[in-house]
Design a protein around this ligand. Structure first.
Ligand code: SAM
Length: 214
């Protein structure tokens, strides 16, 4: 849960918490830690924005098994949300709207209108084990559905990942803090408060580096 908070939830919600509504794409649902950590952080920090989370997950059996998974105690208050998501795929109340789609993330992201999302949690398996969710073409699709001032969060600091984002006009930033390894933030806008990665310099030091392609 610490990783979810520091690498995804805190940087995203700190930037977006003044909005009336926040739209988050959570790639991919897995056990739902990023989604549940988002709800918990919003509750504990009195964030009043309505939080809308959309999340694909390929593994239908995993989703079905979530009712039996032993989550950290802090998530006890969200047990009913998990039950409803497992049963119906959609949960909605005044504070949260959550949709879990069982299927392929690459297909799922094509159904959204342009510039829908304020936040993308890019938390697929690693580029080596799950390459289709890290390619230049994948991030092209993400670039069209994230807002111009949206923020993408990922644990990956691989140059190939950063190049795939950079080639789609994302600015690349370092997410640095105590008690966790550096991670990456990316946005189609310049964000003065963040430390930008000099991608041109990285390329000149690593002339053979390349983004993944479909
Ligand atoms: C690292 S886990 C995600 C962890 C999750 N964000 C969490 O907070 O618990 C990666 C997940 O991606 C799913 N996955 C892999 N390829 C996928 C695809 N093409 N579409 C949707 N989900 C996929 C896997 O089944 C796995 O559950």
């Amino acid at each position: 849960m610490h990783e979810s908070l520091v690498k995804h939830v805190i940087p995203a919600l700190q930037m977006k918490k003044k909005q009336k509504e926040i739209y988050i794409l959570d790639i991919c649902f897995g056990l739902g830690f990023n989604t549940l950590a988002t709800l918990l952080y919003a509750q504990e920090n009195n964030i009043t924005s309505k939080i809308n989370i959309y999340s694909p997950e390929l593994d239908a059996r995993l989703v079905k098994s979530l009712n039996d998974f032993t989550y950290p105690k802090e998530f006890d208050c969200f047990k009913n949300i998990i039950e409803i998501l497992v049963k119906d795929g959609i949960y909605d109340d005044d504070s949260f709207h959550i949709e879990v789609f069982v299927g392929d993330a690459r297909e799922y992201i094509l159904k959204f209108e342009q510039e829908k999302f304020d936040v993308v949690y890019q938390d697929a398996f690693s580029p080596s084990s799950n390459p289709m969710l890290w390619t230049q073409e994948y991030f092209k699709d993400i670039a069209s559905i994230i807002k111009k001032d949206g923020i993408l969060t990922t644990y990956s600091i691989a140059l190939a990942t950063r190049l795939a984002l950079h080639e789609n006009d994302f600015y690349i930033y370092v997410n640095k803090g105590e008690n966790y390894r550096d991670a990456t933030l990316a946005s189609l806008s310049k964000i003065q408060a963040l430390k930008e990665v000099d991608v041109a310099h990285k390329i000149s030091c690593n002339p053979d580096a390349a983004s993944l392609r479909d």
